[in-house]
Design a protein around this ligand. Sequence first.
Ligand code: ASP
Length: 301
Amino acid sequence: MHGGAGTIRRSDLDAERENSYREKLTEALVAGSGVLKKNGSALDAVEMAVRFLEDCPLFNAGRGSVFAHDGRQEMDAAIMCGRTLNAGAVALIPSVRNPVTLARRILEHSPHVFLAAEGALEFARSQGVELEASDYFFDQFRYDQWQSALRQNAIFIDHSSDKYGTVGAVALDRHGNLAAATSTGGVTNKRFGRIGDSPLVGSGTYANNLTCAVSCTGYGEYFIRGVVAYDLSCLMEYAGLNLNEAARKVIWEKQLALGGDGGLIAVDAQGGIVLEFNSEGMYRAWEQEGAAPQTAIFREG
Ligand code: ASP
């Protein structure tokens, strides 16, 4: 799992805050891996883990999402199944408590893959997806961040502040199936219907049983241009790179060359994992069968 990547400095993070992040990431991880331990599907596991962080205001997804220029909180999310290559994605949706669950409903109950804004909300209502009033999503820290972005006429990628971040999960289940999910409020002060990489299949989220499951976090515009998640999978499928080599290539060579900063988490069909980032830190947590859950934030983490 990841909880966002960026300029996370030790000096910005006191022990108490660091512990809260680690605690929440671990709880989400344990919820997701609990599904896998009961022989559940990777798809259920990633949805469960992401839902957990969407409900936690510490992260920029669901409750506690960043504010857009017009003062609204609009969220993006995607989920993908590596066995079938089915996917569901949503963008620019207010009011939905768990955008990842709406994405899952699209995957299962819609002939389409990607729904946005008002139409996506209409679909959510037709599916009985849980909705909340706007004050449910409010978070004072995010509000202040937005006010400061407005004053500076700037767009803040969540990375350059001391509160993170987009969330994502990848999993391999006991049946050999992979899945990935990503959920975000996007960037503070976003305008004009801006959508990042997170809900774009192949950019921020991708899963394919032949290769790997991937969830990205970082400066979305660069991750879109790099088609990062699919590129990672392609480097494995067509160029024969292993997961580590492929992750290092996309994050350290290709993203850096473009100017993109951030990271990704991925698991391959053999259960190998990578948590690669070129930013100062990335909130992350992982668990492999038979071993205890682990968390890290900084590079040496
Ligand atoms: N990638 C996300 C976006 O650009 C932001 C993030 O990962 O924090 O919307």
